[in-house]
Design a protein around this ligand. Structure first.
Ligand code: 5GP
Length: 180
């Protein structure tokens, strides 16, 4: 079973759902007067985005971007390639970027600058997880669910070699899983 490959559960399903409700309530207040464009970063943000928008009791529009960072799974290189761009124009819009985790911050920094360049009215970031120790650029999310240690985590959208995204919690893999 997949769960036998998990060494430790860092954040339970229940803790995630409680936090998502809280973030959704905050964002509903923040965007009560606008019609934000909520941008999910594929593929990792998918479960978080799906749960979060259901907790936002306002009108909003969703869109997705898929970017790749030219690194391997564990290390981000800073060079960002757009695999799938938005379908919608961000000009004059309040944009909320939804991320699974911010580590170096390089991917997100690129997206924030891109949306400003494309004349968004505002650009904010909500991330489920924040790993401040990994930061390589000065980037602070507007909202973050949980601070996590500088350790490789999986689940709730986060993968190792494309697996484990469907775990309902955030966990750490047993070392033998990496060693193959
Ligand atoms: P950044 O550009 O902030 O370094 O990287 C963000 C991306 O790196 C995340 O969207 C995620 O895909 C990946 N990443 C960073 N840390 C982790 C981690 O602990 N586990 C997993 N599975 N992916 C991570």
């Amino acid at each position: 079973m997949m769960k036998d490959e998990i060494k430790e559960v860092l954040i339970s399903e229940e803790e995630i759902q409680t936090k998502v409700r809280e973030l959704g309530a905050n964002l509903s207040k923040e965007y009560s007067e606008s019609f934000p464009l909520v941008v999910g970063v594929l593929k990792g943000a998918m479960p978080f985005m799906s749960d979060l928008i259901k907790r936002m009791d306002i009108h909003l529009e969703v869109d997705f971007m898929d970017v790749s960072s030219y690194g391997n799974e564990m290390v981000s290189s800073g060079e960002v390639k757009i695999i799938k761009d938005l379908n919608t124009s961000v000009e004059g819009r309040d944009v909320l970027i939804v991320e699974d985790i911010i580590d170096s911050g390089l991917t997100l920094n690129y997206l924030v600058e891109l949306f400003h360049y494309r004349k968004a009215k505002s650009v904010k970031v909500v991330t489920l997880l924040d790993k401040p120790e990994g930061r390589k650029v000065d980037l602070t999310p507007d909202l973050a669910g949980f601070i996590v240690p500088d350790e490789f985590v999986v689940g709730y959208g986060l993968d190792f070699a494309e697996r484990y995204r469907n775990l309902p919690y955030i966990g750490v893999l047993k070392p033998e899983v990496y060693q193959g």
